[in-house]
Design a protein around this ligand. Structure first.
Ligand code: DC
Length: 228
């Protein structure tokens, strides 16, 4: 019996990892290189968090967050050259990167009702594939049958330096403290914690350029599409 896999014309590529590990740049680069769509699930959790803050919900009160989890209408655009995110029709792509959202997003993301609601939207966006999806639980929960699963890591100092640069040169030490605090909550929550999924390939991006990391992931995808 043949053991070769059927070619995968519409692959699903799951890219998970902690904050600042290079998920967004890598995922967009891979999507561009392979002509695929791109979904930033972190932006979806940030959008819900932004909405909760606007609505005056106490983000540390899980029951209060759960009670309103069904209200925000989050819509994600999946073009890797111009990803978009709106809540109730408002473009929140800049607002979701604020310090207020950074500080509130992990507790909001830990609420099961928030995760359940976004899981539906994520699965709808994935549809029949042809997409790179980045997050924390993509390979473990959202798309456990993904064709390629990658778990990106990097030294905390490198992650903080990258994030601070992305955020316009903010304080690296404060950025490192903020992302380590988020990692701690994201890794220990009960529902869909940040873990390396079964079958995921771990790539440590410390010391590699974006082009090198993208090339490594593209190679993994090609290996699945045309097994030796
Ligand atoms: O990738 P990011 O830093 O934009 O994600 C922001 C937060 O969203 C992260 O701290 C935890 C949450 N998140 C999640 O719980 N599950 C995902 N699939 C993606 C993000």
């Amino acid at each position: 019996m043949s053991t070769t896999h059927a070619p995968t014309p519409r692959p699903v590529i799951a890219i998970d990892g902690p904050s600042g590990s290079g998920k967004s740049s890598t995922s967009r680069g891979v999507a561009r290189a392979l002509g695929l769509r791109y979904l930033d699930t972190g932006a979806m959790f940030r959008a819900v968090t932004w909405w909760m803050l606007q609505a005056g919900v106490d983000v540390h009160d899980a029951d209060a967050v759960a009670a309103r989890a069904g209200e925000p209408e989050v819509v994600s655009g999946t073009d890797p050259d111009a990803p978009t995110i709106t809540v109730d029709g408002t473009d929140v792509s800049v607002a979701i990167r604020s310090d207020e959202v950074n500080a509130a997003v992990s507790p909001v993301s830990a609420v099961p009702q928030v995760r359940a609601r976004l899981l539906e939207l994520q699965r709808a966006a994935i549809g029949d594939g042809g997409i790179v999806v980045e997050g924390r639980d993509i390979g473990s929960v959202v798309a456990p049958d993904a064709d390629v699963k990658v778990f990106l890591t990097a030294d905390p100092a490198a992650r903080a330096a990258r994030r601070a640069l992305e955020e316009g040169g903010s304080d690296v030490a404060a950025t490192e403290a903020s992302l380590l605090a988020r990692d701690a909550i994201d890794s220990t929550r009960r529902t869909a914690p940040l873990v390396q999924a079964d079958g995921a390939v771990q790539l440590d991006t410390t010391g590699y350029s974006l082009e090198e990391v993208v090339a490594q992931v593209v190679e993994l995808v090609r290996a699945v599409e045309s097994p030796a």
